[in-house]
Design a protein around this ligand. Structure first.
Ligand SMILES: Cc1cc2nc3c(=O)[nH]c(=O)nc-3n(C[C@H](O)[C@H](O)[C@H](O)COP(=O)(O)O)c2cc1C
Length: 477
């Protein structure tokens, strides 16, 4: 297969939306849409009046217009503007998702891929997180309905997904098993998605996209190849410098004096051994200098996956004002990225850009009244009465503790759902006037970004990034 050399990493929520993925695909590399929270993103964009009319164009292309009508009816406000933030909610993910949620997921994922692929033959992928299980089956179906070329998945061990892609490709439904805390291993909690629950006449067959697993160790890479339920077409190996979530360090967690996890030699991936797996692999995390691509290829990789450089380009979903402030701080050498061991409800370390006005800072974090109204990172747990409950470390602490969670785990947990949506202009505003604060999760390696903006200025495009990455090592600014 002729895979692209450069993957623009999936960046949730909505940082790599259709616009960025399309811009990268047009440059001949792989543009990746983040599939995270697309249901909320679509519903909120529609309530803001759909500036530019792009959502409407995507909706018009969906094969079942009765479904679209219900979504328009529920969420579209023609009088809306980007200043509107008192959004009505979308259904929270539950083990038996209501039809309204399944429809929204399928349509939102379809639409984002449709727009990313519109008018060209470039390569478009979609990125999901294994940790956010419930929306995945319907979301993946929606993306495949729009002909997505690759599905990329990390933040867990997505063993069941390749087989799910095979079932959908045959025109069948498919299922995954949900992880439920406190349940015995022998007990299964299947979540099934059948295309006929959403579409009146589902297509018989769909294109089977390539599947790339995102992992942080040789062991996991090997497990994916050996045990996945279907074909794994390649592996993206991310190191702990990468943006977003990182795999926790192996062994007992040790912290630096500042409170960041200490990563050691055991956390290094043996690149030479990756080649033994017999599938192409890409390296991610700090692989964003001119020459990184060539160097990675010399080491045996097919190419590189790059996030941070793309996250702050013109076509990314971040609010322009946040991009500018972040890049100014990078230019001035004042931007600090903190790897927080406890801020993410997933339990994984997460990178946070410590910028004033964002949830990375303790002032803003303490000021926020805890509320859980999107619920993507809620953990499922088995209650004493045998039913399934939902709890998120970032919800009100008393509620989390009442449900059997620990106050210690909750103490520093940030609401990523609201923080990430705020960073792309979709912050929720509450009755008292409080507007959710943004959260930025860039990678820690900022040297290449500094070199890039030195060349291009603060307003640069995805095409500039691709040119930069393809330029030879050591080329002068
Ligand atoms: C803002 C941001 C959000 C990210 N979100 C995700 C995500 O949702 N899923 C994922 O697999 N990786 C995510 N990543 C990781 C990137 O896809 C990419 O692998 C990583 O940033 C590469 O390292 P670099 O930033 O040093 O180039 C994110 C990265 C950034 C910068």
């Amino acid at each position: 297969m002729n895979h692209p050399r450069i993957i623009q990493g999936g960046m949730g929520a909505g940082v790599s939306d259709w616009r960025l993925a399309r811009a990268v695909a047009l440059e001949g590399e792989m543009g990746v849409v983040s599939g995270t929270a697309l249901d909320s993103i679509l519903a909120r964009r529609l309530q803001q009046g759909d500036p530019g009319g792009h959502m409407q164009r995507g909706l018009d292309a969906f094969p079942d217009q009765a479904v679209v009508e219900r979504i328009r009816e529920r969420y579209f406000r023609p009088e809306g503007t980007p200043e509107f933030h008192r959004f009505s909610g979308t259904p929270m993910p539950v083990v038996d998702p209501p039809r309204e949620l399944q429809e929204l997921l399928v349509v939102a994922n379809f639409l984002e891929i449709y727009l990313a692929k519109e008018g060209h033959h470039g390569v478009v992928g979609v990125n999901y997180l294994e940790k956010i299980q419930i929306p995945n089956p319907a979301s993946i179906y929606g993306a495949m309905l729009a002909g997505v070329d690759y599905v990329l998945m990390g933040a867990g061990i997505p063993l069941e997904i390749p087989g799910l892609l095979d079932s959908y490709a045959r025109g069948e439904g498919g299922e995954i098993n949900l992880a439920v805390e406190g349940a015995p291993r022998s007990e299964a909690f299947p979540l099934r998605f059948d295309p006929a629950t959403v579409l009146s006449s589902p297509p018989g067959e769909l294109k089977r996209p390539g599947f790339l697993a995102i992992v942080a160790s040789n062991v996991l890479a090997k497990t994916m190849i050996a045990k996945a339920s279907g074909r794994v077409d390649g592996i993206v190996v991310e190191d702990h410098t990468a943006g977003g979530h990182n795999a926790p360090p192996r062994g007992t967690l040790q912290l630096t004096p500042e409170g960041e996890p200490v990563f050691g030699p055991k956390d290094q991936v043996d690149i030479a051994r990756m080649a033994d797996l017999g599938v192409p692999f890409w390296l991610g995390g700090s692989r964003s200098e001119p020459g990184s691509l060539e160097e990675s290829r010399t080491a045996g990789a097919w190419g590189v996956q790059v996030g941070t450089l793309f996250a702050f380009c013109r076509e990314s979903g971040f609010l322009p004002e946040l991009k500018k402030r972040f890049l100014q701080a990078v230019e001035a050498g004042k931007m600090r990225i903190f790897t927080h061991p406890e801020a993410s409800p997933t339990g994984y370390p997460i990178k946070m850009g410590v910028l004033p006005g964002t949830l990375a800072r303790d002032e803003e974090f303490q000021e926020r009244k805890r509320v859980c109204n999107i619920g993507l990172l809620r953990h499922l747990y088995k209650k004493d009465d045998g039913t399934i409950g939902y709890r998120c470390p970032a919800e009100p602490v008393e509620a989390f503790v009442r449900k059997g969670g620990s106050a210690e785990e909750a103490k520093n947990a940030r609401c990523l759902c609201n923080g990430l949506l705020s960073a792309i202009g979709l912050a929720m505003e509450y009755a008292g006037g409080y507007l959710e604060k943004p959260l930025l999760v860039p990678g820690e390696y900022l040297e290449s970004l500094r070199t890039l903006i030195h060349r291009t200025g603060l307003d640069y495009s995805a095409a500039d990034v691709v040119r930069f990455l393809a330029s030879p090592a050591g080329e002068q600014a």
